[in-house]
Design a protein around this ligand. Structure first.
Ligand SMILES: *Cc1c(COP(=O)(O)O)cnc(C)c1O
Length: 402
């Protein structure tokens, strides 16, 4: 415990924890990678929105602010979190729907004679796999599966081995949802381009926890959640990134009025709005976008490099506690040991974990469980303290002893 206290004392970002609801309680929250804690200011942001914007401005709010909100938040997210210049990011739909639209847009931009394969991997999040299966069926394309090491993730070599003149699109996660493996975004993007194909990155588990650099890596398309490390609240809408070079002529498949040029002309026929706006389909979920702004502000203030530094220290401390407490009790680490190769969570496997998870939750120790017997320990850098992690790991050790 002395070591956890020292790590907290040395943590330059320690004070940020006070911005979150629940920070004072003794609960150990180890699942910020699944649903981030709310910020205290979210209470005020939402009630002010209801009183002043919705209640005060009523329908005028659309013209005055709301219609531009997806792009305004998107630009800030691009700057503070994604490494994306303005005009390439918007907020819309759910990650699942955004990914569908982006994968279809990527295919429209890259399929050609002989290019009829989509590359994906067996360790990707279920929604990504199902979507790609459905799209392949719908479009008559062939799936090319990578089967990575489940305790690590997709490597550059594996991508090189399956991409070539037949590849249209590659769909991968930047941070693997189970193992926490951090993929080589830049190297893999380059390899996909060398093969003449396009890449769609899923950033759900990396946005807000690691540096991304979408523009610097020339990424084509990307999507991610805002309710994980971006603390937007349950079911908050997703973000979409389309590299500026793909925006002219962007062909996304869900033609709605909000993505049309001059939407309020209500004219005949669909003609996409220029720029990232053409990615939209229906009315923006304005109310659900309010909470995420506070977190993007906070990350921008702290700096994503510092957030990443703390994340690495947190996962390193988790691995250290695993080594001394859980490895001797028969558990296995299913996450890369090198901090440069992992995101902000670790997964530990043990046959007792399935039964144990509900007991832990009753005791206010909250990791999450991933079949067949993995406990995911997610460490949201700005809200998690080293002492909180220590307490959670100590409770897990105690329960494994029975
Ligand atoms: C959480 C997560 C999703 C969730 O998609 P939704 O449409 O928001 O349910 C998708 N992909 C990955 C990698 C995730 O971690």
């Amino acid at each position: 415990m002395a070591r956890a206290r020292q790590l907290d004392a040395d943590d330059p970002l320690a004070a940020y924890r006070g911005h979150f609801i629940g920070a004072e309680s003794s609960l150990s929250y180890l699942d910020g990678n699944s649903l981030g804690r709310p910020l205290k200011r979210t209470r005020d942001d939402i009630s002010r929105f209801i009183e002043e914007s919705w209640g005060g401005r009523l329908i005028r709010g659309w013209d005055e602010e709301w219609l531009d909100l997806p792009q305004a938040i998107g630009d800030q997210l691009g700057r503070a979190v994604l490494g994306a210049a303005a005009g390439q990011v918007t907020i819309a739909d759910s990650t699942t729907v955004v990914l569908y639209k982006l994968i279809r847009a990527a295919l429209a931009a890259s399929t050609g004679p002989g290019r009829n394969e989509i590359v994906l991997d067996t360790e990707n999040f279920p929604t990504d796999r199902y979507l790609v299966e459905g799209i392949a069926k719908e479009q008559g394309l062939t799936l090319r599966w990578i089967t990575p090491d489940a305790a690590a993730g997709v490597t550059l070599e594996e991508v090189r081995a399956v991409t070539g003149p037949a590849t249209a699109v590659v769909v991968l996660s930047h941070v693997a949802y189970r193992s926490g493996h951090l993929a080589d975004l830049r190297g893999i993007t380059e390899a996909v381009h060398d093969a003449g194909a396009l890449v769609v990155w899923d950033l759900c588990h990396s946005a807000g926890s690691v540096e991304i650099g979408l523009d610097a890596s020339q990424v084509d398309f990307a999507a991610g959640c805002t309710y994980k490390y971006l603390n937007g609240g349950p079911g908050s809408p997703a973000f979409a990134y389309v590299n500026a070079r793909h925006l002219p002529g962007l062909a996304q498949p869900i033609w709605g009025w909000m993505g049309r040029k001059d939407a309020f002309e209500m004219a005949a026929g669909y003609e996409a709005a220029p720029g990232i706006r053409g990615f939209l389909s229906g009315t923006p979920t304005v109310l659900a976008m309010i909470p995420m702004r506070g977190m993007v502000d906070l990350i921008e203030e702290a700096g994503i490099e510092s957030v990443r530094r703390k994340s690495s220290l947190l996962t390193a401390f988790a691995v250290e506690l695993y080594d001394s407490w859980l490895a001797p009790r028969g558990a296995q680490l299913s996450t890369p040991r090198d901090p440069d190769q992992r995101g902000s969570h670790i997964t530990v496997d043990h046959p007792a974990f399935r039964e144990m998870t509900s007991v832990l939750w009753e005791r206010d120790i909250i990791p999450d469980f991933r079949a067949p017997h993995g406990l995911r320990i997610g460490l949201s850098p700005l809200s998690t303290s080293f002492s909180e992690l220590y307490d959670g790991m100590a409770a897990i050790r105690q329960l494994v002893d029975g």
